[in-house]
Design a protein around this ligand. Structure first.
Ligand code: 0X9
Ligand code: ZN
Length: 348
């Protein structure tokens, strides 16, 4: 964006967001994504972004590859009738009577943030290799909350954000799923206009995608100890409340300490800097999933904005997918172990 344009917008008091510092580069580079040689069934890669079909094929093969650890559930279907999956990872998954604490991961709410579902799948792979982290927790991962948007961002508009529901305006599609949750819905940082990128929807939980997530969260509400909403970009841990600066979350101290621990682990694993931020006003937004989950009483809730800090924005280079996955893995190992320690301390 040229200086004069951003100056003009600022002068006119028009809120704007820089989505790409060099749009021509992004749009003129022929996207290789239409022409990739598709992976064989059930195979995963973090060397490049996987298309929708590949992601589905990997997810759908998991239960037969790991029958004792993985349970796959279809939570519902998107507006365009694609499945919304929940992957549950546990030891001895066959006995579903487990009452272990749950760590819940939500990813892929925003279509263009491709590194979010990629990192969630990276985490799934790591968890399946790490039985010790499954001993005392059950991991629940919704890897692609917005499949319709993801497909649209591959085939039509790389920077698409919302789902693809038709609206009252025949020209405009999509609800911002992260504005559609029923906690202070429709307040700050969201729009009533269907053409806006942050359209909140006609009412809270109006979308099949958010309904599916709502029901999955409510099912394990009492035993969920941590919830992570994965987005990009910015390298941030954001904790509630995100809808206001007027109220502090009652557990702010603990939320910050845990986030500091996660950021420290990432720093020593990869050198990447993640900043911790509460309701500082950068992301004053109502109707996001994080606040709704925190309002249920889940103690450790974060939105994690993954890499980078703005150089490539939503089009994070493929070489950085695995490192971003490692960031998440380092953070989740720490979180999992801290929750174990807390539980032990409580018991003694
Ligand atoms: O705006 C969002 O939904 C998130 N940022 S993004 O750039 N990935 O779109 C931030 C959500 C943070 N949560 C709250 N403020 N409640
Ligand atoms: Zn996002």
């Amino acid at each position: 964006m040229s200086c004069s344009l951003s100056q003009k917008l600022a002068d006119e008091d028009v809120a704007f967001e820089v989505q790409s510092r060099d749009l021509s580069q992004l749009l003129l580079t022929p996207l290789p994504y239409g022409q990739i040689v598709e992976l064989p069934k059930g195979v995963v890669t973090f060397d490049r972004y996987m298309n929708y079909k590949e992601i589905m094929s990997y997810i759908e093969e998991l239960p037969s590859k790991y029958p004792d650890k993985v349970n796959l559930e279809e939570l519902g279907r998107s507006n365009e009738d694609r499945p919304i999956y929940l992957i549950t990872i546990n030891r001895n998954n066959n006995s579903r009577k487990t009452e272990k604490p749950v760590i819940f991961i939500e990813s892929g709410a925003h279509a263009r943030e491709w590194v979010s579902p990629a990192s969630a799948l990276y985490l799934v792979e790591r968890l399946l290799e790490s039985p010790s982290l499954l001993r005392n927790a059950e991991w629940r991962v919704v890897p692609l909350l917005n499949p319709d948007g993801y497909v649209y961002s591959w085939n039509h508009d790389r920077l698409w954000r919302k789902n693809r529901v038709p609206s009252s305006d025949p020209q405009c599609f999509g609800v911002d799923l992260n504005r559609n949750f029923a906690y202070h819905w429709g307040e700050v940082g969201s729009s009533t206009k269907p053409c806006s990128a942050i359209y909140q929807g006609p009412h809270p939980f109006s979308e099949p995608e958010t309904q599916a997530l709502r029901d999955a969260v409510l099912e394990v509400q009492n035993r969920t100890k941590a919830y992570l909403s994965l987005h990009s970009y910015g390298q941030l841990f954001l904790y509630p409340w995100g809808y206001t600066t007027a109220v502090n979350h009652s557990k702010t101290g603990e939320l910050v300490t845990m986030a500091e621990g996660m950021a420290r682990k990432i720093k020593s694993a990869s050198g990447a800097n993640y900043t911790i931020s509460g309701n500082t006003g950068i992301f004053l937004i109502a109707g996001a999933s994080d606040d709704w989950v925190a309002s249920l009483g889940v103690p450790f809730v974060y939105t994690m904005e993954l890499r980078d800090t703005g150089n490539s924005a939503f089009h994070l280079p493929e070489e950085l997918i695995a490192s971003t996955g490692e960031d998440l893995w380092a953070a989740m190992k720490y979180l999992g172990r801290q929750l174990e320690k807390k539980k032990k301390r409580k018991r003694n």
